[in-house]
Design a protein around this ligand. Structure first.
Ligand code: ATP
Ligand code: MG
Length: 499
């Protein structure tokens, strides 16, 4: 069970494993398997052994897919590194990950050589690696890979988190984690033998890597697009009859801007990484896009909860119910479970939850509690068991000793018919520690004032949760990935307060 591609070749060698969107080149499972055999042989010749950490520094391309399967075949731990990080960050990750070998491509070769203290091999140049370093790798005593000693709880890959709340953390995942995730996802989305999944995400994040792993397990097709481009992605979906795609909200928004409709063949759009806005959901509904809003993270090998389209349109903002085998508990400050409707930290347990943070037992211990892994995200479950994600725990506001979750206040503000969007942050306050403040985006032509907004909140929120400072903007400041830039919001609101 350690080599999903080998299993697949036994059962459906002629099925299409891979299509390159750029030129339509196709790889059957048998062809991909031979290519992976070559890659594995080269890695073994370089001295890579079972249990070794294989770093990969490149963007999404066929060579990367080959490395993913070759690592499985050799029993090595795959460590994809984010090729877009700055050199010092990359160097830190390479060190944290205890690499044995680093594979790069032409574009990342100088970075790879600069950050790595271990042999570097390029998929674009057969002779990149230093001979002495390789000789040293080869000299180790090796017993070779022994499938009998392999366990599905063994480390299989190490992925770094995105680094939103601090330095990226090295997440150690097992084959068991990926298997549970792929299976549970199949039960939520369905699988048919003719499925093909467009891969346009980076493979060093969970969303991209999952597409490659799952497709091999299912025996379905990956349509691979190198480098995301909204128009090309939309066109590739139509041209190759794509049935599924994984996207973050910004990418989907750009695709809907670029094209009037998406491929008719599309069965699911797995949309995660950040909240799907009302506006984006409305556009999906109007154009018949089968959107599946998803809450997931690196530590849980992707999906924790996924909503189906009807649910997503009828209950805007929900990420649906937890996946099969995943238990989700909402806990309060005292770490005890809260009833439906009450807001607290989302805690998950189940077979997709990581082994731990690599080389950091303290961080691992801190992340796990009685009910499982503490996601650091805040939300609630409604009476029907649907999950709602509001904000990150670290974004909470503490005012006069009371916790306020910005997402709750945003939800209340959005109930106002003239409010299109809002962001809520805490501003320092001498008396209360922090005070709630809101930056509001009014609907076009609406006549909103700070007072009307505050009055509206009076009926809906406890006193300490009501915004004490309100400012207006045409849109919220956002990062490239579409998340609200909280510091910029805070800055704008400080100016309003001090005006
Ligand atoms: P770090 O852990 O280093 O701070 P990160 O949490 O951004 O970075 P990822 O594992 O890539 O790293 O992202 C997972 C996070 O993304 C979740 O914990 C959650 O905060 C956010 N997220 C994912 N899906 C959604 C969603 N549908 N709605 C709101 N937030 C989401
Ligand atoms: Mg995180």
């Amino acid at each position: 069970m350690h080599d999903w591609l080998a299993e697949r070749v036994r059962t459906s060698p002629e099925a299409t494993a891979l299509v390159e969107a750029e030129d339509g080149a196709e790889w059957s499972y048998a062809e991909l398997d031979s290519a992976v055999e070559e890659t594995a042989a080269r890695l073994a010749a370089l001295g890579l052994e079972p249990g070794d950490h294989l770093g990969v520094l490149m963007e999404t391309r066929v060579a990367f897919v080959r490395l993913v399967h070759a690592a499985m075949r050799l029993g090595a731990v795959l460590v994809p590194l984010n090729a877009r990080l700055a050199r010092p960050e990359l160097a830190r990750q390479a060190e944290t990950a205890d690499l044995n070998l680093l594979v790069c491509e032409r574009e990342t070769e100088s970075e790879a050589v600069a950050i790595s203290e271990v042999p570097v091999a390029s998929v674009d140049a057969p002779q990149r690696e230093g001979e002495d370093a390789v000789a040293a790798l080869r000299q180790r005593d090796s017993a070779g890979f022994d499938p009998a000693s392999w366990s599905r709880a063994d480390p299989q890959a190490m992925l770094f988190t995105s680094g939103t709340t601090g330095d990226p953390k090295a997440v150690s995942l097992s084959m068991g984690n990926f298997l549970a995730s792929a299976t549970a996802s199949a039960f939520r989305l369905g699988v048919t033998p003719d499925d093909s999944w467009l891969l346009c995400l980076s493979m060093y994040h969970m969303g991209g890597l999952s597409v490659v792993l799952r497709s091999a397990l299912y025996g379905t097709t990956v349509v691979l697009q190198e480098g995301f481009d909204a128009e090309d992605a939309a066109d590739a979906m139509a041209e190759f009859g794509v049935t599924g795609v994984s996207l973050v909200p910004t990418m989907l928004r750009r695709m809907l801007d670029a094209r009037d409709s998406l491929a008719n063949s599309l069965r699911f759009v797995l949309l995660g990484g950040a909240p799907a806005s009302e506006e984006l959901l409305s556009r999906c509904e109007a154009r018949g896009v089968p959107v599946h809003p998803t809450f997931g993270m690196t530590e849980t090998a992707s999906q924790i909860a996924t909503a189906r389209p009807r649910e997503a349109f009828e209950h805007r903002g929900t990420v649906g119910r937890p996946m099969l085998w995943t238990d989700l508990t909402v806990v309060g400050e005292d770490c005890n479970p809260l009833p439906a409707g009450e807001t607290g930290e989302l805690v998950v347990s189940g077979p997709t939850v990581m082994r731990g943070y690599y080389g950091d037992p303290a961080a691992t211990a801190e992340a796990f509690g009685e009910y499982g892994f503490h996601t650091g995200d805040v939300g609630y479950r409604d009476d029907a068991g649907r999950v709602w994600v509001l904000n990150r725990r670290e974004d909470r506001i503490i005012t006069g000793g009371e916790n306020v979750h910005p997402g709750e206040v945003v939800e209340a503000l959005r109930e106002h018919p003239d409010v299109r969007d809002a962001a809520v942050v805490g501003l320092d306050d001498d008396e209360w520690g922090e005070r709630v403040a809101a930056l509001v985006v009014p609907e076009d032509g609406a006549d909103l004032t700070g007072e009307t907004v505050e009055d509206f909140c009076d009926d809906r929120l406890a006193g300490y949760k009501r915004p004490r400072t309100v400012a207006f903007a045409h849109e919220l400041p956002r990062t490239a990935s579409g998340t609200v830039e909280r510091e910029a919001v805070r800055e704008r609101l400080r100016r309003e307060r001090d005006a």
